[in-house]
Design a binder for this molecule. Sequence first.
Ligand code: G3H
Length: 539
Amino acid sequence: MISEKIKNIFINEADIPSEFEIDPKTYDHYLVDGKIKKFKGKFHKAYSPVMVYDKNGKLEQKYIGEYPLMNEDEALSVLNAAVKAYDKGCGVWPTMSVEERIECVLKFVDEMKKRKPEIVKLIMWEIAKSYSDSEKEFDRTVAYINGTVEALKELDRKSSRFITSDVYALAKRSPLGVVLCMGPYNYPLNETFTTLIPALIMGNTIVFKPPKFGVILHSPLLEAFKDSFPPGVVNTVYGRGDEVITPIMKSGLVDVLAFIGSSRVSDILKKEHPKPHRMKSVLGLDAKNAAIILDDADIDLAVNECIDGALSFNGQRCTAIKMIFVHQNFQNVFIEKFVREIEKLKFGMPWEKDVKITPLPDLSRIKYLKGLIDDALSKGARVINDCGGTDNGTFLYPAVLYPVKNNMRIYSEEQFGPVIPFTYFNDIKEPLDYVINSNYGQQVSIFSKDPVQISRLTDVLVNQVSRVNLNSQCQRGPDDLPFTGRKDSAEQTLSISDSLRVFSIRTLFAFKATDYNKEIVKEILKKRSSKFISTDFIM
Ligand code: G3H
């Protein structure tokens, strides 16, 4: 019985399988100016989304450790270390050759791999991502770093040839300065590193703030950062955004804001910079991706993709399917199958094999999602799956809402959780209007087998979103594909190779093609006296 299982979803602390036990620690170190410093100020107590019964039978979120809550002065000292290391572009790191920087990154990734078991376990505990998905997140990050190295080699090889005409030019890429990197809690390692690593390898220096849920898992990497990069190239800051990030932004010393989170927060951060025109922003923001099931779709395929799309990691993905439009001809059969498949999904603790639905970060998330459900119910929708929306502590069983109308909050708000709104349509104009008038513009999924319908729809949708998926859920990967969004969904394009461009600027060394100049440049190349004026082929 689903309801019984929800009631008993949490276990006694003593019954946590021994290989997944966690020993709460004080994580009292941070990395600044090449040193791992002991923090002496206030600490934040971190609790897992997972609740457990203590010895006295009290149900509480499992305490997993504490981490520093820095103040303004400490935050600014971290920023200053990055500013000093960049040294207005004259520092060791920004002037290092591409090959030398690649070596540092490869050393880092080797060190990182040695810490996999510890990091994976911490991802699982900090955000309740299933153990197998936590492992996947780690492996995907390692693959991303290795891919970045290969992409940079390729970029450098292509740009290490003189462009010849009346003017000879070597067009390469140079760093931008100090980058503030802030990742999201749903991919605390992977998405943070999808900006941090390309920013780093292009010669920028970094101030890195982990997300609120997902701080501790970065601790095992401090030593690896320290040992792999020159002092001040990577620095960590922890604490409340308004206490540590506001002064950093207000200093005007951040050259690039790399932020993955909400558009509301990104707007605040950008406005805090005294010279916003001077700061580049690389942003991955909100999304409300729709699935549109046409009247000729393969229903089983569409159901499976929509389940994965809406509920992987409890729907906590920016790319999740967050609104489903089903053609009226299919509404009953689709919904019936969808609900049946949801009932098969295993829910429970993140260490359980094949578990799909796990607890959410904290009680405020449950309150927010229940608020969305109640709002929809009060305006005429129904929860159509057994136990849908039943909660127990930090756990919320997926709720399928139907029919959803445009006056309900769930129609336009990004739920970022296991609440799935459905509606049906007669006329394709209805889902199209939804996408066209949405504040978001990340992706869409269409399900059909009719080449004519697919073509017509795609030709309109590509001007609304940044990826149209055919007969599959929305997703970011594979990571060598461009990932971006329109409207409130993103700024700049990320992919393994695009990111290298985003965190650098084209810079030329050029000279009139006179014999006089050619002789000088020949000598520079022969003596290898410049790192930039070099035509070396990186192996
Ligand atoms: O949360 C947003 C992520 O970029 C989504 O990535 O589609 O690979 O899960 P994913």
